[in-house]
Design a protein around this ligand. Structure first.
Ligand SMILES: NC(=O)c1ccc[n+]([C@@H]2O[C@H](COP(=O)([O-])OP(=O)(O)OC[C@H]3O[C@@H](n4cnc5c(N)ncnc54)[C@H](O)[C@@H]3O)[C@@H](O)[C@H]2O)c1
Length: 351
């Protein structure tokens, strides 16, 4: 829970882990804003059943960001106003954030139109065969492009379309992935590609971890929540009737490919869920990022491409720092539960 006293704020975990702390003592005005935003975050998390993650102060190592230009792409421009199209056309910058895990270090690519661009996806799907897994909501939007991109690069592709929703994040549904891989006679050299939000990413990651004792996988997150949180860090799982995310593994992807163009089709409610995750990085660790969010919230809500890309980049940097410092949640990473703690408190209070 969040404790506020005498101008300082600290997130206190109730799991016995070392308490995280902000990297500076904020002014009382900032404290008030943070408390207010924390309530918003918690409420949003409950509404969206999003897992709450808060970044605690971490040693400033393990993350490198790089900027590069990205090829211009055509996308789903018809679905958005022309003003936004113009803004997006201007914004083709590609950022790369590395998650530093020694010989398992991997990049997070962030840019517009990366799915159709192909180069980056093919760079990390080095196998002859790939299995792309998505759901019946994301599939109709982005599966064809993803498959075409891979086939254009000479990869033989099979697909699995799972039912959409958290209710289907189960061992039974995960078995459909494994059965498809077996039916297609995929061997250990294949690559799984997770195309979707956090539910798909978590399930595909776990399937990749256990199929033939582990195959490579690439995360292609299509919700803002997955882009800034769940696709980064290698936590994979399915739910069990006795607990959420109770069956899983730590298993890192080869790469995370974030095509911010996919956010144009995301429902507002899911956008809000992702913004809640972004706010939490500012609340807990990155005061400068928090100030930036205050100035750019309108752009985030309007899905301005440059603003969203910047928010995703800075969020991924924060998450990558924590993952690099504590990959398997021995302490620091366990502090990423502020939203949960608040959510549970509010849920309990509201009955
Ligand atoms: N592994 C981790 O570290 C971690 C962290 C946080 C949360 N999680 C998990 O993430 C899951 C929640 O993820 P989520 O919030 O992304 O939910 P989700 O995957 O259910 O996606 C939300 C909805 O948006 C749809 N959708 C996805 N992309 C879309 C797009 N581009 N356009 C239109 N619709 C789209 C989905 O089909 C779904 O209906 C939970 O299961 C949670 O446990 C994992």
């Amino acid at each position: 829970m969040l404790a506020v006293s005498r101008g300082s704020v600290s997130a206190v975990e109730d799991r016995g882990d070392s308490p995280p702390h902000f990297c500076e003592r904020p002014s009382s005005a900032m404290v008030q804003r943070r408390v207010l935003l924390t309530s918003v975050v918690a409420s949003t998390c409950i509404l969206n059943k999003a897992a709450g993650f808060v970044v605690a102060a971490a040693p400033n190592r393990g993350v490198q960001s790089r900027g590069a230009s990205c090829a211009a792409t055509r996308s789903h421009a018809a679905a958005i106003p022309m003003s936004m199209v113009a803004s997006m056309e201007k914004s083709k910058l590609l950022s790369t954030v590395d998650v530093d895990l020694g010989d398992r270090t991997y990049p997070i690519y962030i840019g517009e139109g990366l799915l159709k661009d192909g180069g980056l996806l093919l760079k990390h799907v080095t196998s002859k065969r790939a299995l792309v897994i998505t759901n019946d909501r994301v599939g109709p939007l982005y599966l064809d492009d993803t498959v075409q991109t891979l086939r254009d690069g000479g990869v033989e592709v099979d697909t699995v379309v799972l039912p959409d929703g958290e209710a289907h994040k189960t061992m039974d549904v995960l078995m459909l992935i494994l059965e498809k891989a077996l039916t297609c006679r995929l061997d250990r050299s294949c690559t799984f590609v997770a195309l979707g939000g956090g539910v798909i990413g978590d399930m595909v990651g776990f399937a990749a971890a256990i199929y033939q004792r582990g195959v490579k996988f690439v995360q292609v997150p299509t919700t803002l929540m997955a882009m800034v949180d769940s696709a980064v860090g290698g936590k994979t799982a399915v739910n069990h009737p006795l607990g959420k995310n109770m069956i899983g593994a730590f298993y890192q992807p080869q790469a995370v490919l974030i095509d911010t163009a996919t956010l144009r089709t995301l429902p507002d409610r899911e956008l809000a869920s992702g913004i809640a995750e972004i706010i939490k990085y500012g609340l807990i660790k990155d005061a400068a990022f928090f100030e930036w969010q205050e100035q750019h919230m309108a752009g985030l809500l309007e899905r301005d491409a440059a603003t969203v890309s910047e928010a995703v980049r800075r969020s991924c940097e924060n998450k990558a720092l924590v993952v690099a410092a504590d990959e398997k949640e021995a302490g620091l990473r366990a502090t990423l539960n502020l939203g949960h703690t608040f959510g549970h408190a509010i849920e309990t209070g509201l009955g």
